[in-house]
Design a protein around this ligand. Sequence first.
Ligand code: G3I
Length: 353
Amino acid sequence: MFGKYVLALAVTLGLAAVVGGRGAADAAAPARPAVAGVYARSAASTPPQLGAAVNTVMLGSADPRYVRTLLAHYASVTPEYEMEMSQLEPARGRFDFAPADRIVTFAARHGLPVRGHTLVWDEMIPAWLTRSHPTRAQLIGILHRYISTVVSHYRGRVGEWDVVNEPLTRSGGLRQSLWERVIGPGYIALAFRFAHRADPHAALFVNDYGAEWRDAKERALHRLVAHLRAEHVPVSGVGFQAHLRLDAHPPQAELTGVLRSFAALGVRIEVTELDVDAAGSAPLSQRLAAEAAIYRAVAGACRAVRACSRVTTWGITDAASWLGASERGLPFDAGYRAKPAWRALRAGLTPPV
Ligand code: G3I
């Protein structure tokens, strides 16, 4: 599979230099762009930052507990869905930044860095695009315009982006997204190159789920990132979503080894969407204790690898989780009371005294 990918990547990089308006010299641009203003741990003893996915519905709710809990405990935010393509460009050429701007403005007011999520994904593609059946050249043009418009709009206010979200299938193949089907595997390099050109200071991530274990998907993601870096594609980070379950989570040592193997590629690491589905028939106290152990293991694995600079939970309270309230996946319960998962998350992130 990667023979095809490497050839496509080489062809596309040349194309990117044309579409992106860059000369050959740019094509050899350093694969490690400066990332001003993006949190990195100054020492191994410095704990990873804690972030949360937030959305405009909850930020605008009359219940003060959401914002109070966010500002009391979290140090960065990710818009949960307001920066998806279908939200930002609902009609061809018509951009609606208002909802995402509300989150970015809120974050700036409170000094919280923002993770842009996500520029290119197989989901949340607006209907006008899927219905248009674009040619390869047309879709490359659309991709270039979209990324350039969005990243330029947030330049200086959003310090890092999930540029490509979930490029791989659960078994490690290339996901047959619109982008992959029409452009080919080289869409990944194009997206990063377009984003880097729009904001050379932003940290640019590939973000995926299910690579927290040593298995086929983790190996495929590692090969993908290694190829991109070898081709001087400006990939500066890898996001591990870490949507885990009581019956599906990696031992801390295994996750630590995975994070270390990616850090060895010279990229930053983040846990980007942590939650633990705690649904089940066991007594609730047992499920919450098991959930807490998983939170502590993930936090401890990130802390053990200096390149892992942040853990973001995919929400704050069970009252507002994509999983649903009954899955109790987040650190605070529906009444904003700290669960065992919260105490375990903090303990895992904080170095022992
Ligand atoms: O709030 C609006 C509502 O006003 C409107 O009437 C309704 C119908 O259009 O949509 C509502 O927004 C929905 C939002 O969830 C809140 O429920 C969006 O349409 C819907 O797309 C959005 O789903 C999000 C999903 O990604 C797709 O964007 C989830 O919140 C979000 O948690 C989920 O997050 C994904 C990550 O991006 C990638 N990794 C997996 C993760 C979980 O699926």
